[in-house]
Design a protein around this ligand. Structure first.
Ligand SMILES: C[S@@+](CC[C@H](N)C(=O)[O-])C[C@H]1O[C@@H](n2cnc3c(N)ncnc32)[C@H](O)[C@@H]1O
Length: 445
C-alpha cells in the first residue's frame, strides 16, 4: 500500500491524462506545463489548484517545485508514422526528451524518484532502436532503472485500441524496479464498446455526429451487399475493391502503364468496362483504378495479391455481383475510397447493425463492436455506431480515454482547441492505463 501522497509534475499536460491518473491514486500535482493556450486554460479550469506554465522551452526550470514523480507524454510527432520520423533530429519537437533530462539534472540529489513517460509505439523501433537506447542510457546514467512496455486500453477491458509505449523508471539507490511489474492484460473477449455508449445523448450544438447524405448512401449500399450476400459463400477477409469486378487489365507481371496499347485495348477496365481510346494516358485515367495508375515496373506483392483475390472473388460470385451492380449503379459514382469495403468481421452476423463503422481513406471499414480504433486528431475518423445512428459523442470519446473532466474541451472548432476536441483527445493518454501502471510502480517500485 502507498503510504503517503507523492508530488508529481505533469509535463506536456494536454487534457491532464497523467494528472487524473495519479490524482485517482491520491497523489498531488505540483506543477504542469502545456504549450497550447486553449488547452492550458481548460487545464486551469479542471485543475484549479495546479500551477500551469506554457512553453517548456521558455519557462525557468529552476522554478519547478520539488517532486517525486516526473510524468510526460512528450510530443510524439517526431517518432510517429504520421510525422516525418526525424526523431531527435527534429530539433523543434524532438528534443523534448532532453528537456526532461534537464529538469532531472537541475534537481541534482533531489531528482524525482520515479519517471513515467508515454509515447507512440514506433519510438521503440525508431532509427534501428537507437532512439530508445539513447533514452534508456541517458536515464540509467542518471541513476534510474528503466523498464518499458507497449500496452493498450483494450487489453484492460476499456473499449479503445490504442497501443502506446510506456516507459517507467525508479532510482536505483532507492530500490529501483525490483518489485515492479507491468500490469497483466485482462481477457479481451470481455471488452465491448457498449460499456462507454450513452444511448440517450442529445448532441451538443455543432457536434456534427450524423452522417452526410453521401455517407448514408454508402452505408446503405454496402450494408445491402453484405446482408444479401449468398449465405453459402464466404465473405473475404481482404479489402473488397469493387473496381476489380469484371476488370482484366494486366497487373501481375507489369503495371498497366507498362503494358502496350493493344494489350490494354483487348482488356477490360474498372467494373468490366470495355477499354477504348488512342491515348494511353487517357486510358489509364479513365479505365484503370487509381491504385493501379502509378508508373512503376511492378506493383508490390501485397497489391498484386489484393487485385488477384478481388478478381477471384468476383468470378466466384459473379451472378450475385453482376446483379448487384445493375441494381446499384450509384456505387461507381461514390467517392473513390467508398467503392472499397473492409469487412473485418469474419464469421460474425452479416449485418452492420451491431458493428462499428469507419469511413477511412482506404475504404469503408466495418469491424466488430468490441473496441474503437485509436482516437485520432481528426474529426472525420470518428467512428459511426449504427445502433445509435450517430458517431461517438464528445462524452463517449472522453470515456474511451477513461477521463473524467468537469469542463469539457469544446465541440466546436477553434473555440478551445483547433479541430474541436478531436486533437486534444487524439493526443491524450488513457487515464486508466496510466493509473494501473502507476499503482504498480508507486506501491511496489
Ligand atoms: C502527446 S500530447 C500529451 C497529452 C497529455 N498526456 C494528455 O493526456 O492530454 C503532447 C502535448 O504537449 C504539448 N506541447 C508541445 N510542445 C510543448 C512545449 N514546448 N511546451 C509545453 N507543452 C508542449 C502539446 O500542445 C500537447 O498538448
Amino acid at each position: 500500500m502507498q503510504k503517503k501522497p507523492l508530488k508529481f509534475i505533469d509535463l506536456y499536460a494536454g487534457l491532464g491524462g497523467f494528472h487524473q491518473a495519479l490524482e485517482k491514486l491520491g497523489h498531488k500535482c505540483v506543477w504542469a506545463s502545456e504549450y497550447n493556450t486553449k488547452l492550458r486554460n481548460l487545464y486551469k479550469k479542471n485543475f484549479p489548484g495546479t500551477p500551469i506554465e506554457g512553453d517548456i522551452f521558455k519557462v525557468d526550470l529552476n522554478e519547478i517545485p520539488p517532486h517525486d514523480i516526473i510524468c510526460g507524454g512528450f510530443p510524439c510527432q517526431p517518432f510517429s508514422r504520421a510525422g516525418k520520423m526525424l526523431g531527435f533530429d527534429d530539433l523543434k519537437k524532438g528534443n523534448h526528451f532532453f528537456k526532461i533530462l534537464e529538469i532531472i539534472d537541475l534537481k541534482k540529489d533531489k531528482a524525482p524518484k520515479y519517471i513515467l513517460l508515454e509515447n507512440v509505439e514506433t519510438l521503440l523501433k525508431h532509427n534501428n532502436q537507437e532512439t530508445f537506447k539513447v533514452i534508456k542510457n541517458e536515464l540509467e546514467l542518471r541513476g534510474y532503472e528503466i523498464d518499458k512496455k507497449i500496452l493498450s486500453p483494450h487489453e484492460f477491458n476499456i473499449p479503445h485500441h490504442r497501443r502506446r509505449l510506456f516507459i517507467v523508471g525508479a532510482k536505483k539507490d532507492k530500490g529501483g524496479l525490483k518489485n515492479f511489474e507491468f500490469p497483466q492484460k485482462k481477457d479481451i473477449n470481455n471488452t465491448t464498446i457498449e460499456s462507454i455508449l450513452c444511448p440517450n445523448h442529445i448532441p451538443f450544438e455543432g457536434e456534427k455526429l450524423y452522417l452526410s447524405n453521401e455517407h448514408k448512401k454508402v452505408l446503405q449500399l454496402w450494408s445491402d451487399f453484405i446482408e444479401n450476400f449468398p449465405t453459402e459463400s464466404k465473405l473475404p477477409g481482404f479489402p473488397i475493391w469493387s473496381h476489380e469486378w469484371g476488370a482484366t487489365y494486366p497487373f501481375q507481371d507489369y503495371t498497366p502503364r507498362r503494358a502496350n496499347l493493344d494489350e490494354l485495348l483487348n482488356s477490360k477496365g474498372i467494373y468490366g468496362d470495355k477499354i477504348i481510346g488512342l491515348d494511353k494516358n487517357n486510358i489509364i485515367n479513365n479505365f484503370i483504378p487509381r491504385y493501379a495508375q502509378k508508373d512503376e515496373v511492378k506493383f508490390p506483392k501485397w497489391k498484386v495479391n489484393f487485385i488477384r483475390k478481388n478478381r477471384e472473388f468476383y468470378l466466384d460470385n459473379k451472378e450475385y455481383i453482376d446483379d448487384f451492380i445493375i441494381k446499384n449503379p450509384e456505387l461507381r459514382n461514390f467517392e473513390f475510397s467508398y467503392q472499397k469495403l473492409e469487412w473485418s468481421c469474419q464469421g460474425a452476423k452479416r449485418t452492420f447493425e451491431d458493428k462499428i463503422i469507419q469511413f477511412r481513406p482506404s475504404g469503408l471499414r466495418v469491424k466488430l463492436n468490441n473496441w474503437s480504433p485509436a482516437l485520432t486528431t481528426v474529426r472525420t475518423q470518428n467512428v459511426y455506431i449504427p445502433k445509435l445512428g450517430r458517431k461517438l459523442s464528445l462524452r463517449e470519446r472522453i470515456k474511451l480515454q477513461s477521463m473524467n473532466l468537469k469542463h469539457l474541451p469544446d465541440v466546436i472548432d477553434d473555440t478551445y482547441i483547433p479541430n474541436g476536441s478531436y486533437r486534444a483527445l487524439g493526443n491524450a493518454v488513457n487515464v486508466e492505463v496510466v493509473s494501473i501502471i502507476a499503482k504498480n510502480l508507486l506501491e511496489n517500485g
